[in-house]
Design a protein around this ligand. Structure first.
Ligand code: TRP
Length: 321
């Protein structure tokens, strides 16, 4: 039997190339070798999105993105987190098993709190909803970006705590990370992230793409100077979208000197556009109705699995009479 792969992304904004190379590309690479289930973490998005129009648009666009990058609904089951109240019920039980100090050590909580003391409770218990997402499937592997590693650890701990308290019920999942694309730099050189406002969205128009690339932060090295590609924000984005042969050519341009950053950016625009164009075309051809249909089918497929797990949980905890 194939192992169960589970992952999701919260629909908080347009998918950007950091999401793609940090997480989604792994889904594509791993999908066929696993029983792959990918969901829209819309309840998680509510920790930061408070506008119904925006949330709906994000959900549709996230599904369009999954389909446009080549995830095939014949092979991958897509579903919507909020279609399963079972997940929030199980998250509540984890709320009662894990401790405040443990969640206070989560980086996501500490980072959010450092920015703003008045964070909502959802941000605090976020890892436990995520634990429920994962454990309700008895997922074997969970491909996520490095920044989610601690959350997978918390999910493993939630499984152990539940099993210790109530008897063997949940299996412990493994995280799965791609090392080399651990962090895609944003246009300011920091990690590319929606919350830093430094992203290149995957489906930006050609004009938008040009404008964003032209904004990439560079140092003041003179045109003639030989430049270290590995230390360069432009190259570190560029290398993701080219093949080995083109990569060797681009690296040599940096190392040889005589190439200014304007030229480097123009090369990047050309290659990014080549990479994005076919995906963008597919993206634009997918209707809201197409998306709904895929999600309805996936939800229906997941329903018996998730219901059975909740039943087991209710039996173990003594909630069922
Ligand atoms: N936290 C993930 C993100 O930031 C989304 C997510 C929620 C998730 N639940 C999950 C990922 C379960 C993998 C498994 O996008």
């Amino acid at each position: 039997m194939k192992k169960v792969l589970l992952s999701g992304i919260k629909p908080t904004g347009d998918i950007h190339i950091g999401n793609y190379f940090g997480a989604i590309k792994q889904f594509v690479d791993l999908a066929s070798r696993h029983e792959t289930r990918i969901f829209i973490a819309d309840l998680h998005a509510l920790t930061s999105v408070t506008d119904q129009e925006i949330l709906r648009k994000n959900i549709f666009n996230q599904m369009r993105t999954y389909l446009a990058v080549g995830l095939d609904p014949q092979e991958v089951t897509f579903f919507q987190q909020s279609a399963f109240p079972e997940i929030t019920e199980i998250a509540w039980i984890f709320n009662c098993l894990l401790t405040m100090p443990q969640l206070m050590r989560a980086h996501s909580f500490k980072d959010a709190e450092a920015k703003d003391k008045e964070i909502n409770v959802g941000v605090f218990t976020y890892p436990l909803l995520m634990a429920a997402d994962i454990l309700v499937h008895d997922a074997d592997i969970v491909p996520v970006g490095r920044d989610q590693a601690q959350h997978v650890e918390i999910a493993r701990d939630a499984a152990r705590k539940f099993n210790t308290a109530f008897g063997e019920t949940f299996s412990e999942p493994q995280g799965h990370f791609v090392e080399e694309t651990e962090s895609v730099p944003g246009i300011d050189g920091d990690k590319m992230s929606k919350s830093y406002g430094n992203t290149i969205p995957l489906f930006v128009s050609t004009e938008g793409l040009k404008a964003l690339v032209m904004k990439i932060a560079t140092d003041s090295a003179p045109l003639e100077a030989s430049k270290d590609p590995d230390q360069n924000n432009i190259y570190n984005i560029h290398k993701l979208v080219i093949n080995a042969e083109r990569d060797a050519f681009v690296r040599a341009k940096y190392l040889d000197g005589g190439m200014g950053y304007k030229e480097a950016k123009e090369m990047l625009i050309e290659d990014l556009e080549k990479f994005v164009a076919p995906i963008r075309e597919k993206f634009n051809s997918i209707s809201d109705e197409d998306v709904k249909k895929v999600l309805e089918e996936g939800n229906a497929k997941m329903r018996p699995i998730i219901e059975a797990k909740l039943k087991q949980v209710k039996d173990r905890t003594g909630l069922s009479l």
